[in-house]
Structures are given as C-alpha cells and as structure tokens.
Ligand binder design. Structure first.
Ligand code: FAD
Length: 289
C-alpha cells in the first residue's frame, strides 16, 4: 500500500527540526526509523501532511556512560544496542530486550527513541526503561527537559512529549555492583509483538537480600505497567523460590490486559505471572555473579 501524500522535510540540526515542528503543529510528524510511522501511514491510521526526517541530524546516535548514566541517543538503532559492548557486558535487561524486538531487518532501522516516543504498550522498550528507572530527555523550543519514565507514558499512543519536542536522549542510572536484569517475552512467532512480557532489574545487598527492584509489564494495559506491589514486596527479602513466586503473583495482579488475537485476558495474566517468575529468577542469578 502507498501512504497518502505528504511534504518531506529534512532538517540538519535539532533546533531546525524543533522550528519545523512549531511551524507545522499537529500536521507534522518526526520520522526516525519509520518502522511504526510508515506502516501506520500505509494503513491510513496516520496522515501527517509534513514528515520531518531527523535521520540527517548528526550527534543523535550514541551509547556511552557519562555522569552516572548510560546515555543513549534518541536516534540509536536497535542493532547498535545489540552490538554494543557496554550493553552486552553491563545491561543484560537492555540486551535481552533489544534481541527480541521484531527481526534483524527492522532492528537495523528502528530507533530506541522512536520505540519510546511511539507510546505503544506492545513495544518492548517502555517496560524495560521503566524497570531500569530511566529518564527521557526532550528537546523543544524552550530547551531541554528531563522526564522521569514513570511520567512519560500518558495513555495508549500518547506520551508526555509536547507537540514541539523531540526525544533526544534516554538516561539509565548506572547500576551498582550486584545488579542484574532480565526480559522474558512470549511471542506467537519470531518477530511478533509480545503476547505478554516482563522486565526486571534488581540489586542485591551484601547479605544477598534484594536492595532494590524494578518490575514492569509489556502489553498488559494501555501503557507499560509498573508492578509496584511486587517491587515493594521483594525489597529487603532473600529471593528464595517462595518469595519469587509471591512477587510474580503480585506482578501479575497489576496486569490489566485486553483480550485480542493473542489470547484472552485471563491467559495473559497467567502468562505475566510465569514470565515474572522466570525474569526475577534470572535477574537474581545474574546479580549474584
Ligand atoms: C514487522 C515489525 C515488527 C515489530 N515488532 C516489534 C517488537 O516485537 N517489539 C517492539 O518493541 N517493536 C516492534 N516493532 C516496532 C519497531 O520497534 C518500531 O521501529 C518502533 O516502534 C518505532 O521506532 P522507529 O524509529 O521506527 O520510529 P518511527 O516509526 O519513525 O516513529 C514512530 C512514532 O514516534 C515518533 N517519533 C519517532 N522518533 C521520535 C523522536 N526522536 N522524538 C519524538 N517523536 C519521535 C514519530 O513521529 C512517530 O509518531 C515492529 C515493527 C515492525 C515493522
């Protein structure tokens, strides 16, 4: 299918792109990897009159540790995350996630910024970034502002980004020693969106008890869902099998999925419980290494 006609704009700097967003208002859309926007245009679910392609803007693609954060440029491709030595060695949750997004062809184009800015609760990075306690850097006409990830996802396909703002960076706090994470996803076939998925990031203290935990669910409601009761329950406890099972139960109780072609709601809640159990157990094992 061919998308409806649009005017194609290609800024060379972030301020130029922001100015274009201001000028064209709701009629304009940013183009990053195009892996969600173009299909939506072909299906006539989006009809922007102006496409602002930010791919020629230099300096928006990087992965580096700096000032206590892992900083990921908004235009960084999924394939770059997968190939990153820092991510591979220190951020297993992020690596697990990057590896199960779509297929290699999509990952060569799709960006981390686009995955979050799209506001799709079926995307994999939203829950992962929530479990990691990330921050989003938005750049607009008034300069830069930092949005805590818990305030970023407003509702289905709606984020806290203002009309003239571009997601320019994601900041993940560098985890302390004895930290580990894992992402568990069930998909109908390779390349599919999650039927359900669970992201877990935790840190153990010197005694082996859980010092901090981040748990979030993918495709379990209109936004990614933070499983706060499960996080609170784990804190201060030794993560033995019974504790992990109880935390997984609490995580699944946070899910509010809808029935769809991927299965009935009750099945997805049960799935969230099992995936949470596996993800917590793997995160604990990785943190202990
Ligand atoms: C076959 C297929 C399978 C897929 N499977 C998965 C999957 O399993 N898991 C998963 O997570 N995703 C999946 N995706 C989605 C894919 O990861 C998308 O690429 C991603 O959702 C959007 O990233 P993008 O860079 O392509 O953004 P685009 O398509 O370019 O943009 C998406 C939206 O975000 C806005 N936007 C993009 N970048 C910015 C920015 N920097 N600042 C402000 N707004 C911005 C755009 O205006 C648009 O509204 C799949 C896609 C396809 C085609």
């Amino acid at each position: 299918m061919i998308p409806p006609a649009f005017e194609y704009l290609r800024p060379k700097t972030v301020p130029e792109a922001v100015q274009m967003l201001q000028q064209h208002g709701d009629e304009a859309k940013i183009l990053s990897g195009g892996q969600s926007l173009i299909p939506m245009m072909k299906l006539r679910l989006a009809r922007p009159a102006f496409i602002i392609d930010i791919n020629r803007i230099a300096g928006l693609s990087y992965i580096k540790e700096e000032g206590g954060f892992l900083k990921i440029g908004g235009l960084t491709r999924e394939a770059e995350l997968e190939a990153s030595h820092i991510v591979k060695s220190k951020y297993p949750l992020l690596m697990d996630t990057a590896e199960v997004i779509a297929d290699p062809q999509v990952r060569n184009m799709a960006t981390v910024g686009g995955n979050l800015a799209h506001g799709d609760p079926a995307n994999d990075h939203p829950a992962t970034m929530m479990a990691l306690g990330a921050q989003i850097v938005a750049t607009g006409s008034k300069g830069e502002r930092v949005i805590p990830i818990e305030q970023f996802f407003v509702t289905l396909f709606t984020t806290a980004l203002k009309q003239d703002e571009i997601l320019t960076e994601i900041r993940i706090p560098i985890p302390p020693a004895k930290s580990g994470g894992a992402y568990e996803k069930l998909e109908r076939k390779v390349g599919d969106f999650a039927t359900a998925a669970v992201a877990v990031q935790l840190t153990l203290d010197a005694s082996g008890a859980v010092a901090s935990a981040g748990i979030a669910l993918t495709n379990a409601g209109p936004t990614p869902i933070k499983a706060k009761k499960a996080e609170d329950f784990l804190r201060g406890k030794k993560p033995d099998a019974a504790t992990i099972a109880q935390a997984a139960q609490l995580a699944s109780e946070a899910a509010q999925p809808s029935a769809d072609l991927r299965g009935p709601a009750a099945y997805k809640v049960g799935l969230a419980k099992e995936l949470a159990k596996r993800a917590i157990a793997t995160a604990v094992a990785r943190a202990g290494k």
